[in-house]
Write a protein that binds this ligand. Structure first.
Ligand SMILES: [Zn+2]
Ligand SMILES: [Zn+2]
Length: 345
């Protein structure tokens, strides 16, 4: 059995360690992928710290993966050796009612790569061929990898919002998720996209991507949104931060028949004035969880067409090295998700 390098979580709360482990075995319906890029995500910080469940240990973490197909199982037809691919991180049964209806994130057997099974901080990974999404030649492995997480969640949120061409959108939070959401909302035909944040640099970047910036530290964003929309409010509001206050602002900024989608994970409940905010406007509050395989195929094509441009995102690359990867996780832990690092094995 040939061996490979993998940087793995051995014990919760301890730095990741490099291990030599066997290259994973290939099933009939699987593909073996030589990893070219693996994104270091904020969730990985939570796994290392024990703030989110992960295991069994030891585990190779990393769920944002792109690479080249090295070998295919005997039953695989759609994917070929040499194909550039990025990977859907949800491993599902493919047969239950959620899988068959395109809501596979609710599959009772759903597992996530880099959380429940070995992930991308390694030289190789084996996944079911179904999880491989073709990555167009014009899109880098680095962008392909990070698209598999934050951009895809933004896209799922806008689809949950049932955004229609000609509608207006407000995005609360102009970080990684928010920046993808701005571009995707415009691609989907939004008439105006308002970006709400308290960080002037992020707002400047949002404005360059075509959003109308609203500095929530300088004015009440709900009042600003009402002023900018002639009192009407927005048709769609996305909350991607995970704060009680911004969740409430998102709901309060809705127009008649507006939809607010909650994407950020908050540890406190938020309050709604049911008459003023919901009944009186027939407004909706919608939850959003992960994304689907089909959405990833659309996203990679949007990226090829330049409608989703992540050139502002990948700030740094590191080799497959435990020290460098732990340092990148430390930086994320200390400074938050502003600087993205991608591993290039
Ligand atoms: Zn991620
Ligand atoms: Zn299923």
């Amino acid at each position: 059995m040939k061996a490979m390098k993998a940087v793995r979580l051995i014990e919760i709360g301890k730095p990741l360690e490099m291990q030599e482990i066997p290259i994973p075995a290939l099933g009939e319906q699987d593909v073996l992928v030589r990893i070219k890029a693996a994104g270091i995500c904020h969730s990985d910080v939570h796994y290392r710290a024990g703030a989110s469940s992960v295991g069994p240990l030891p585990q190779t973490i990393g769920h944002e993966v792109a690479g080249v197909v090295e070998e295919v199982g005997t039953g695989v037809r759609r994917v070929q050796v040499g194909d550039r691919v990025c990977l859907h991180y949800l491993l599902t049964c493919g047969e239950c009612r959620f899988c068959r209806s395109g809501h596979e994130q609710f599959c009772p057997q759903c597992k996530m790569i880099g959380k429940h099974t070995d992930g991308g901080y390694a030289e190789y990974i084996t996944v079911p061929a179904r999880n491989a999404v073709h990555l167009p030649d014009d899109v880098s492995f680095e962008h392909g990898a990070i698209m598999m997480c934050s951009s895809s969640t933004s896209f799922h949120a806008l689809r949950k919002a049932r955004l229609q061409a000609g509608e207006t959108v407000a995005i609360f939070g102009a970080g990684g998720l928010g920046m993808s959401a701005i571009q995707l909302a415009r691609t989907m035909g939004a008439l105006a996209v308002y970006a709400v944040d308290i960080n002037a640099d992020k707002l400047a970047l949002a404005e360059r991507s075509g959003a109308i910036p609203i500095h929530a530290g300088q004015a009440d964003p709900v009042t600003e949104i009402r002023r900018l929309t002639a009192g009407q409010g927005v048709d769609v509001a996305l909350e991607v931060i995970g704060l009680k206050q911004t969740m409430e602002q998102a709901v309060r900024s809705l127009a008649v028949l507006g939809r607010a989608v909650m994407v950020g994970i908050a540890d406190r409940p938020f309050e709604i004035d049911s008459y003023r905010d919901l009944l009186g406007r027939e407004a909706e509050v919608i939850g959003c969880s992960d994304h689907t395989l089909w959405e990833l195929e659309v996203l990679t094509e949007y990226a090829r067409q330049g409608r989703l441009d992540l050139s502002h995102v990948v700030a740094r690359t590191v080799p497959l090295d435990a020290v460098a990867i732990n340092e990148a996780l430390d930086a994320l832990e200390r400074f938050g998700g502003e600087v993205r690092t991608v591993i290039q094995p």
